[in-house]
Design a binder for this molecule. Structure first.
Ligand code: PLP
Length: 471
């Protein structure tokens, strides 16, 4: 495939038009492939990685990145890619939004660390106040941690302290992080759980409403109803009855392959939780912060959770996780029972305060991006038998690859080939899926539409060349 025309040629040819369309950027422009990736510098970097970094930490793309701005990332060999994964769903308004970097820099000059367990500082309390204003009604108390994984851990600790019931409902196709508890909450053995047991025993792994893979091909509404009935049967079984304290769910499953539940699913889960004295814990780490076109994914389902877990985009590119919940639940843990040295550091909270504002401003742009993504993905689906399903909401979409549309046999190798070939076309793509057979698209919410359109041309070309075995 070699090099592709630079996207910035459009801005050069017609600067006025590009400015009008919001496509002109100072600094990094692209996509631009100048050396077939991985180039020599990236290859050398990967050799160093093999020498000094554990192989348990696998690098998905054979690239050394040196710089990023807006929707673009640049590798050490000078290639510029359109980043459709944004650091696994972190840069929801592109890399390094100036408002966020300015806020972090200003805080670096004042106070970098003291620990909120030692004394209060304004950015943390300000962020907690902001969360009380932007989270679903009644969720008013927060704690901040260093990651989504740590936030999930804290949500479960808080939930257990409140309900005094040990068991947790989670989903086979879920992902909630990498700690021992978090991996206990997923059904995907490889690569997450294998070799790490014993895990937390008190977890009921149930099936999420995943209409494309519904074993009985039920309608979405019937699939949702049947799945909730199965969960009800599981929590009512004699071994655990009265001992299940919470259900944790992503409003749209991310790692699982952008599984958008039928609209009935969350209201039914809410009712189930109420009927059985269980808390509904909403993991918004990937689907939150505008990704679905609403600030929180669960707003799409008109459901109010008891605890909301945030992360990824909340920190504006810096590490942050949060739990925000109803006062009575959040006040259940004993004094000094929660915390951590760095959680909610002044610099990260200052960045988050700016990130929330920038993301809120970008949300109105999502409906046009969503329409473009739906249209282009539908075209790709119609033209390619190997694409078994395309689905998504807002700016969160996936293509699911299969060997055969009728049997739906997953094709993870094909998805991987598309991901690697995408690099040669100037695209940075992320895999996903319980079977590893999806490519997920998580562009910045404010990506210029002509650039996204161009990225779809390149994606389609990548799929065609992968099919032809030429890449
Ligand atoms: C829904 C969800 N929850 C939790 C996590 C874990 O977050 P982190 O990787 O920041 O620990 C992730 C990460 O991908 C996630 O997608």
């Amino acid at each position: 495939m070699g090099s592709v025309p630079s996207y910035d040629t459009m801005a050069k040819r017609s600067p006025k038009k590009a400015a009008r369309k919001g496509t002109a950027r100072k600094g990094l422009t692209g996509p631009r492939v100048v050396v077939v990736p991985p180039g020599p510098k990236s290859k050398a970097a990967l050799e160093r990685k093999e020498k000094f970094v554990t192989k348990g930490l696998r690098v998905g793309l054979p690239l050394e990145l040196t710089r990023a701005e807006g929707p673009f990332v640049q590798d050490a060999d000078g290639n510029v890619y359109v980043d459709l994964g944004v650091g696994i769903g972190v840069h929801n308004v592109g890399h390094r939004p100036p408002q966020v970097t300015r806020a972090a820099e200003a805080q670096l000059d004042k106070l970098t660390h003291i620990c909120y367990m030692v004394s209060t500082y304004k950015p943390y309390t300000d962020l907690a106040e902001v969360m009380a204003g932007i989270c679903p009604p009644g969720l008013t108390q927060s704690i901040f941690l260093n990651s989504g994984s740590e936030a999930v851990e804290n949500a479960v600790k808080i939930g257990r302290a409140y309900t005094k019931k040990p068991w947790i409902v989670s989903f086979r196709t879920a992902f909630h992080g990498r700690t021992l508890l978090d991996i206990s909450l997923t059904g995907k053995e490889k690569p997450y759980r294998e070799g790490f047991g014993p895990l937390v025993r008190e977890v009921l792994i149930c099936d999420y409403a995943y209409p494309y893979r519904d074993p009985e091909n039920r309608s979405p509404a019937e699939c949702a109803k049947a799945r909730v009935e199965e969960i009800e049967a599981a929590v009512s079984s004699p071994e655990v009855e009265g001992q299940v304290g919470m259900l944790i769910a992503e409003p749209v499953q991310g790692e699982g392959g952008i599984i958008v539940p039928p609209k009935e699913f969350f209201p039914l889960l809410r009712r189930l939780c109420d009927d059985h004295g269980m808390l509904l814990v909403d993991d918004e780490v990937q689907a939150g912060m505008g990704r679905t076109g609403k600030l929180w994914g669960i707003e799409n389902w008109n459901t109010v959770p008891d605890l909301l877990v945030s992360g990824k985009a909340l920190g504006g590119g810096l590490p942050l996780g949060g739990v925000t919940g109803k006062r009575a639940v959040m006040e259940a843990p004993g004094p000094a029972s929660l915390g951590g040295t760095f959680g909610g550091s002044p610099v990260v909270c200052a960045a988050a305060l700016a990130a929330v504002k920038v993301i809120q401003r970008a949300i109105p742009k999502v409906s046009r991006l969503e329409a473009l993504m739906r249209n282009r993905l539908t075209e790709i689906y119609e033209g390619h038998e190997r694409v078994g399903d395309v689905r998504g909401i807002g700016a969160m979409w996936a293509l699911e690859f299969v060997k055969d549309r009728r049997t739906k046999e997953p094709d993870a190798d094909f998805a991987r080939a598309v991901q690697l070939n995408g690099l040669k076309n100037g695209l940075m793509l992320l895999p996903a899926g319980y079977f590893g057979n999806c490519i997920r698209l998580l562009p910045p919410l404010n990506i210029p539409l002509p650039l996204m359109d161009k990225a779809f041309d390149l994606l389609e070309d990548t799929i065609d060349l992968t099919l032809a075995g030429k890449a």
